[in-house]
Design a protein around this ligand. Structure first.
Ligand code: HEC
Ligand code: HEC
Length: 426
């Protein structure tokens, strides 16, 4: 189910395009498709005998025409448009390091609900009410939506969130949109499933600060909930486990897919400016982002140290190491999705950066910690990922990269809290 974006029609497009690209690759002439609609796809299929996208050699450099095409800036724009307007199969090979199992950027897959928590509209609706309901916290003041606010792209726009008693938490609140596609949850991946994640947040004394018993009592005391539990589960009984499953089920419906990027890969090529196309190319090649931010989610789901552990300082965060206890995991964090990243500033696990700052840091190869004298033999001293190196991007290239990232924004859609979630009535 797609609750959160109007992208369904993109799906029909994709199969057409795959077909189209296969055809095009068989023919050595040049294609510059501008598809305004489905009819154009059909027209292009008819014309397919005369068109093609150039093919790649293994180094990612187009065999024919690149030097000539780049000889003037106008030709250069044409070159990039041509390369990227022929379907993903014809895109230039990315620049990724040896051994990286990368996946092409692309549209999001369908949501898979787990067998032990299958989707039903009633359960997702119940989960939505619970997500917005402050009675789920010990103080009866904090809802999940306090820190994952749909008006703020399901994040909270803060450096770090306020938790129970307005105590600042240690990390920045990420968006919950598209988390169903992640293999582990939280910056350090300490939850394997969304159900585990919900349970941990509810019971966390610094966050929702509630016990199982308090939670069941608070929810069961609301007559409207009993009816909704009956619709979502076998009967009206309220249990901690059912609350967790309903909230998890709702979270799986908060997915994107309606961004300009999704529509671009679906064939609406005129949606991207020249700068955004150049940015897409930089992202995949010269800026090396695809080494870690790849696939439909723009995340490899893995953990890397990008140099922000602040090891040995007051603000230190050891990240993944706290979960695994392995020295090589010190300072590693899960690669975040970059979908909506321009709407969820401030960025990074500590919420200390704006996008421009992040791009400047990547351009410089990210911070490298120097061992102090007392750290010479410290086995926990973090090692920055070898996939980061100075990039030599110009101002214009950084601006192009930033422009490309804006194409990952989902269109704004107002989400109203269900009436049941408002303790004092609608
Ligand atoms: C007080 C603020 C706050 C509240 C309330 C809160 N969260 Fe969060 N949430 C955070 C922060 C901060 C993180 C990141 C913590 C970390 O990774 O260590 C987070 C992480 C998450 C993640 C992981 C996202 C990812 O990319 O892995 C999900 C999902 C999530 N919260 C859902 C919820 C749900 C559901 C509730 C209500 C039951 C909730 N949160 C309540 C602040 C909050
Ligand atoms: C070595 C793997 C790796 C590479 C290469 C990489 N990233 Fe990241 N990226 C990460 C990780 C891990 C984080 C989270 C780090 C943290 O919070 O400490 C991150 C965070 C980000 C964020 C912040 C997202 C948020 O929600 O807070 C942005 C933006 C970003 N990367 C963009 C890029 C761009 C653009 C490139 C290419 C120039 C790039 N990354 C290259 C791994 C990588």
């Amino acid at each position: 189910m797609r609750n959160d974006g109007g992208h369904l029609y993109v799906r029909g497009w994709r199969s057409n395009l795959r077909f189209l690209t296969t055809f095009q690759q068989a023919d050595p002439t040049v294609c510059q498709p501008q598809f305004p609609g489905r009819q154009a796809v059909v027209a292009c299929l008819v014309a397919v005998a005369q068109i093609s996208c150039g093919l790649e050699d293994s180094t990612g450099v187009a065999k024919a025409g690149e030097t000539a095409a780049q000889s003037s800036s106008e030709n250069r724009e044409k070159f990039f448009r041509q390369r990227y307007e022929c379907g993903r199969e014809a895109w230039p090979a990315p620049q990724v390091d040896a051994g990286i199992q990368w996946q092409e950027l692309g549209p999001l897959p369908d949501v898979q609900h787990p067998e032990d928590n299958p989707f039903s509209p009633a359960k997702a609706e119940l989960g939505k009410a619970l997500f917005f309901d402050p009675r789920l916290s010990g103080s009866r003041e904090i809802a999940c939506a306090s820190c994952h606010d749909p008006d703020l792209a399901w994040a909270d726009g803060r450096t770090v969130s306020f938790g129970h008693h307005r105590e600042p938490l240690k990390r920045n609140a990420p968006t919950i949109r598209n988390i169903t596609f992640q293999q582990s949850l939280f910056w350090d991946g300490r939850a394997d499933t969304i159900e585990q994640q919900v349970e941990q947040v509810l019971l966390n004394p610094a966050e929702m600060h509630i016990t199982r018993q308090q939670l069941v009592a608070a929810v069961a005391a609301v007559p409207g909930y009993r009816e909704q539990f009956a619709a979502a589960f076998a009967d009206s009984q309220v249990s901690f486990d059912r609350v967790v499953r309903a909230v998890a089920c709702f979270q799986r419906t908060v997915v994107g897919g309606g961004s300009r990027f999704d529509r671009f890969v679906g064939g609406e090529y005129d949606l991207f400016s020249d700068a955004e196309i150049r940015g897409l190319d930089l992202f995949r090649r010269k800026a090396r982002c695809l080494n870690c931010h790849h696939g439909p989610l723009f995340s490899d789901g893995r953990f890397h140290d990008v140099g922000l552990s602040y090891y040995g300082r007051r603000t230190e965060d050891l990240g993944r190491y706290r979960v695994t206890g392995k020295p090589e995991d010190v300072g590693r964090f899960r690669t975040p999705s970059l979908r909506d990243v321009t709407k969820t500033e401030p960025l990074m696990h500590n919420g200390l950066f704006k996008l421009s700052g992040v791009l400047n840091m990547y351009n410089a190869g990210m911070p490298t910690l120097k061992r102090q004298a007392y750290q010479q033999n410290d086995p926990l001293f973090p090692t920055k990922s070898p996939h980061l190196k100075p990039l030599g991007l110009s101002r214009q290239e950084l601006a192009d990269l930033a422009a490309f990232l804006t194409t990952l924004e989902e269109p704004y859609r107002r989400i109203r809290p269900p009436a049941l979630a408002l303790p004092d009535g609608p």
